[in-house]
Design a protein around this ligand. Sequence first.
Ligand code: F6R
Length: 234
Amino acid sequence: MNIIRVKDAQEGGKKAFEVIQEGMNKGVKTFGLATGSTPESLYSTMVASDLDFSDKISVNLDEYVGLSADDDQSYRYFMNSHLFDQKPFKETFVPDGKAADLDAECKRYDQVIEDHPIDIQVLGIGQNGHIGFNEPGTSFDITTHVVALTESTINANKRNFEKVEDVPTHALSMGIGSIMKSKKLILMAFGVEKADAVKGMIEGPVTEELPASILQKHDDVVVIIDEAAASKLK
Ligand code: F6R
């Protein structure tokens, strides 16, 4: 793992942007993207840049079950408003949280990932060590699946909703098996509430109980963390 320590999320977003820019210079075509507060500084840096993404493809990690693209809490809405509306891509994929048949939607999304192999995957990390919405205990081999969100994740995400009961209980998530097939991974973590997960990811055993620990087995990972997120590392 190449671990880069930064002052704050703003500087972290700029570092991640540099890695993306370097990838673009080498002909990278397909980006795996994440939502949440962590990548916001990366997306604002991308939007402010003069880089052209109009021939690039994006494949997002996850979506809440039950939320449509025009729901302002959906991850499709987040991606459109934070990035795609201002920086158009050739094609963008997000799982369909309103699909009538969720199992069929998982299969369709696996095909999307197979048709568009991810060159650079951007990741955040949950306080419980999840990546995408692969919660603790999820098989490392899994592909796209329906997830029952844990209490930890629902509590962490309730800040975006009026009340905790409004947070969807289920999501569709790209699996760890697919994430690990991406050629390069950029994981960002900012804030003290991520410190335990970051420690487990970098220094702990590789265990399905802390999904991000599998990154120790990937040969091209850039971890970008601020001092607070790094505060429990040896
Ligand atoms: C979101 C995702 C999640 C988040 C994680 C951290 O697409 O895949 O794994 O990256 O929950 O969320 P934030 O960045 O809001 O702390």
